[in-house]
Write a protein that binds this ligand. Structure first.
Ligand SMILES: Cc1ncc(C[n+]2csc(CCOP(=O)(O)OP(=O)(O)O)c2C)c(N)n1
Length: 387
């Protein structure tokens, strides 16, 4: 068995102090260590945990994700369409419930058989974490080397690997909604492009803009390609979780996540996580066209949902319904002054005009550029296409 404290301290020595995850009984001692001794974000699901850890990684931290293997399925979308194309490294510990030959519950049987194959299929390097301390130390060094080369690495953790670590403290405070403004008038219903132009016009060198999957990212790129932009190309629904990781680890930057209604609905638990960790420097804007516009305009179910009410009840400090472009502009300008976790929801028109172009840079180049910006080595906020 591994002394959990020793492994945690070893990880700390290697720079891994930021964790995000969802518990598993096989990993509870390492999770307890992370809660006791490090920064730990309790994610709503394992995909969100991967996106949060990825945000921390973009922000310059070495980040760890912890999950049960049943939750590895939840994490497939970000692992294959965020971490892979953007080359964002996270260190994973995934439990091995349902290990062949070891009695376990029926729901773990198939996943137990396919866990390592799934990791291999996703081209994630992995190893069984050795229960021998010296060997485990060597494995951690190897894993750290993968991370240093922008490759995710996962440890598969068998039953009984970690010695007991007591949970000492859990000090999550409740965040409170202070300002809630609901719909009061008719919607102006601008196009997505008009809304993005307003958001982009308020960008400066203290702002990072992240745009959700599909035409939102593509249109932001068309409006202006900038060093402090990131266009999600996959991992639908993960934009605010990625933003949370960056916001928590880079408190001096203002992080703007532009979401869509379909994307938000896909991972709405992220609203609760964002609220609980409550970064003052995070602005979450939802452009709601009641549709999956990027894939042909099929209706979502957002016409039936009051996002402002949900964000407010989750604990966003400000949750504001935006009726017009001028209100959007005012609300963003206000947030830049006062900050505080803020959610803006604006109905926009369906449709996107001409087919927007696609970023010419590869996702990993966009990531490297943003990392350089966050490290301060690219100071200008504006870099036009091709520069
Ligand atoms: C997990 C996943 N499912 C489906 C898709 C395909 N897809 C890409 S964009 C998109 C629609 C996004 O809708 P929304 O967030 O409302 O933004 P809109 O396109 O309306 O601006 C879909 C379904 C995907 N990329 N990933």
């Amino acid at each position: 068995m591994l002394n959990t404290n020793m492994i945690g301290a070893e990880l700390k020595n290697l720079g891994f102090q930021f964790y995000a995850g969802v518990p598993c009984s096989f990993l509870k001692d390492l999770i307890n260590y992370a809660i006791n001794e490090c920064e730990y974000v309790a994610a709503a699901n394992e995909g969100d945990a991967v996106a949060i850890a990825s945000g921390a990684s973009l922000a310059g931290r070495k980040a760890v994700v912890l999950m049960q293997n049943s939750g590895l399925t939840n994490a497939v979308s970000p692992l294959v369409s965020l971490n892979y194309p953007f080359q964002i490294p996270v260190l994973g510990f995934v439990s091995l419930r349902g290990e062949p030959g070891i009695p376990d519950e029926p729901q773990h049987e198939l996943m137990g058989r396919m866990t390592v194959e799934l990791l291999s299929l996703m081209e994630v390097e992995w190893a069984y974490l050795s229960p021998d301390s010296e060997e485990a130390r060597r494995q951690l060094l190897l894993a750290a080397d993968y991370i240093a080369h922008d490759k995710p690495f996962f440890f598969v953790v068998r039953k009984g690997t970690f010695e007991k670590e007591k949970l000492q403290k859990q000090s999550l405070s409740a965040s409170k909604n202070r300002v809630k403004k609901s719909k009061q008038a008719a919607d102006e219903l601008p196009s997505r492009q008009q809304a993005l132009k307003v958001i982009n016009s308020l960008k400066d060198s203290s702002v990072v803009q992240l745009a959700t999957t599909g035409k939102t990212g593509r249109q932001l790129y068309e409006i202006e390609d900038a060093v402090n932009n990131l266009y999600m190309v996959g991992s639908m629904g993960c934009v605010s979780s990625l933003a949370l990781g960056i916001a928590l680890c880079q408190p001096d930057y203002k992080i703007v996540a532009v979401d869509g209604d379909g994307s938000l609905l896909m991972r709405m638990g992220s609203l609760a996580t964002n609220s609980c960790y409550n970064p003052r420097n995070l602005l979450h804007v939802v452009l709601d066209n009641n549709a999956h516009d990027s894939t042909g305009g099929q209706s979502t179910v957002s016409h039936n949902v009051d996002f402002v009410e949900i964000a407010a009840s989750c604990g966003y400090e400000n949750a504001i319904y935006i009726h017009s472009l001028s209100e959007l502009s005012q609300a963003i300008a206000q947030w830049k002054q006062t900050k505080g976790l803020t959610f803006l929801c604006m109905k926009i028109a369906k449709g996107s005009g001409d087919e927007p172009g696609r970023p010419q840079m590869k996702p990993f180049q966009v990531k490297e550029r943003l990392e350089s910006f966050l490290q301060g080595s690219l100071s200008g906020s504006r870099m036009m296409k091709g520069e």
